[in-house]
Design a binder for this molecule. Structure first.
Ligand code: GLN
Length: 535
């Protein structure tokens, strides 16, 4: 039978619950367990697909086209596994399904209530994911903080699961904060005690407490938490903030976290093989020369909005023995010819133009692409970034400044024959929300002799998409004649997936999002090639 580990958060949000789940999952996987993960988000949106990256960070896409929370990106990167739509549950989704059933008369006229109908639906989501994930250990993160009203049905559901499956099959971890008081120079445990009291009042006794703090945690703090929260002292784990998220698995394993979990869940003797994590850690901590990578986008300064892109850049840099320095460049500022922003861009060793929607800031990105092409600065275009680079190149070689994407021509300023990027009905699929997008994993055939053919070292790859518009195939011939190679094609739809500029050290764009497939021990081939070129 599958065992469940539930992770709740206390005191406040943003403590790194996702990283904790990802790290423990990675350690259990390294101990030979088959791990699947799931995030339960108590908000009412059906999925994060329509939520603003300003508020909610990037939308992480799964192979099967799920538009999910960015924590799933951490889970995939750390555990090196492919998740699915089943890994992402929201209150909106759960209520939607229960209400649909009610309308269809499935409840035979009975009163529908949060307990048991919503809690049962939540339990079903958890057990269904565990079954389909065919795992030994199912790790489930409950979003939000204990004490939130909207989190209560989830806590009740997992409480019931512990009762139903028994303590040898269900393990509760509570992650909390020990705030630091500068005046008295001490960490406080009282908020943790209060949060655990809150958990216990709804019937959940944590098996393990991960105590987060920005300052050193002393034995006496751990003792105090153990005594007041009724948790074995060995199971109170200090989790002080570390320099890089990829240090967290090693940091937790110092306290033999897998062995502690194994004991309570009757997993027998397990021990993780942490060699790969140690090797990544060594690379991160090695002294390295900086490498400045410009990120030309809309949400400047907001790491979460481009989380997978940033992690992919960092990972590729660590493996190339360079210290990643991300330079945020606002494309709108470039458009306004802001000299400071241009100076910063000009200092970059390489630039990434990430994905995005809408026309805002697009001309600034085209200006950045032009600069990269003319000055032979390594350029990596991700989805929108590939469309931008294709538009810029076409404008240049075909001497036509009207060339654009259908998406950017909101006011109908030009004619259809200038749409080098256009909407192709029938190619985009209808997403869960009713909108049309090409979503999820698609195969792509690479031209052997192309640069990407060499980078990947194979001819058939699979990558993930989330976009509406496609390259207009009528432009392929004229552009290929002028020095561009369309080196990746989705064979069934005959759609362009990768564009390269031939006479350039590295100017490559992909219609897909390679950033979703980087792993700390395995930089993605496109990011690896890009960083090598920028070095
Ligand atoms: N807006 C573009 C499209 O829909 C690119 C999307 C993206 O970058 N994810 O095609």
């Amino acid at each position: 039978m599958c065992k469940y580990i539930f992770v709740t958060g206390g005191v406040c949000s943003s403590l790194g619950k996702g990283i904790a789940v990802a790290s423990i999952g990675a350690l259990l996987k390294a101990s030979g367990q088959k791990v699947f993960t799931q995030k339960l988000d108590p908000y009412l949106n059906v999925d994060p697909g329509t939520m603003s990256p300003f508020q909610h960070g990037e939308v992480f896409v799964t192979d099967d086209g799920g538009e999910t929370d960015l924590d799933l990106g951490h889970y995939e990167r750390f555990i090196d596994t492919s998740l699915s739509k089943l890994s992402s549950v929201t209150t909106g989704k759960v209520y939607g399904e229960v209400l649909d059933k009610e309308r269809q008369g499935d409840f035979l006229g009975r009163t529908i209530q949060i307990i048991p109908h919503i809690t049962n639906a939540i339990k079903n989501k958890i057990t269904e994911a565990a079954k389909k994930g065919k795992c030994d250990i199912m790790m489930v993160e409950i979003g939000g903080t204990v004490g939130d009203i909207e989190g209560l049905p989830y806590l009740e559901a997992i409480r019931q699961m512990r009762y139903e499956y028994g303590p040898e099959n269900v393990f509760f971890i509570h992650l909390t904060l020990l705030p630091y008081l500068a005046a008295s120079k001490e960490l406080k445990t009282k908020p943790t005690q209060a949060s655990v009291r809150e958990l216990r009042s709804i019937g959940i006794q944590p098996d393990m407490i991960l105590a987060r703090a920005d300052h050193p945690i002393k034995k006496e703090h751990l003792k105090k938490i153990a005594l007041f929260c009724d948790v074995d002292e060995k199971y109170v784990i200090p989790a002080q903030t570390v320099g890089s998220i990829y240090e967290v698995p090693l940091n937790l394993q110092q306290y033999k976290i897998t062995e502690l979990i194994a004991k309570k869940l009757h997993l027998g003797r397990i021990k993780p093989d942490i060699k790969e994590w140690e090797s990544v850690d060594k690379k991160i901590k090695a002294k390295k020369k900086p490498l400045r990578i410009a990120l030309v986008g809309k949400y400047t300064g907001l790491d979460d909005a481009y989380l997978s892109v940033i992690e992919s850049i960092k990972i590729a840099c660590y493996h190339a023995n360079r210290d990643p320095k991300i330079i945020w460049i606002s494309s709108e500022k470039l458009e306004e010819n802001d000299s400071k922003t241009w100076d910063q861009l000009k200092k970059a060793d390489g630039m990434v133009v990430p994905g995005g929607f809408g026309v805002r800031g697009v001309e600034g990105k085209i200006m950045a692409a032009k600069y990269a092409r003319e000055n032979k600065i390594p350029y990596l275009g991700l989805c929108l970034g590939m469309q931008i680079m294709t538009i810029e190149f076409a404008r240049h070689v075909l001497k036509n400044n009207k060339i654009t994407s259908e998406e950017f021509d909101e006011k109908g300023k030009t004619t259809k024959d200038n749409y080098i990027i256009h909407f192709l009905p029938g190619q985009s699929i209808t997403s869960d929300k009713g909108g049309t997008l090409r979503l999820g994993q698609y195969p792509c055939r690479l031209k052997k002799a192309s640069r990407v053919g060499k980078l990947y070292g194979k001819s058939l790859i699979h990558e993930r998409h989330r976009h509406r518009y496609e390259v207009n195939n009528k432009f392929i011939k004229p552009l290929e004649k002028s020095g561009m190679t369309f080196s990746g094609i989705y064979p069934k739809g005959n759609l362009v997936e990768i564009a390269e500029i031939n006479d350039h050290p590295f100017m490559i764009g992909s219609q897909f999002h390679p950033e979703f497939k980087s792993r700390p021990n395995k930089p993605h081939p496109l990011f690896k090639g890009f960083i090598q070129a920028a070095k």
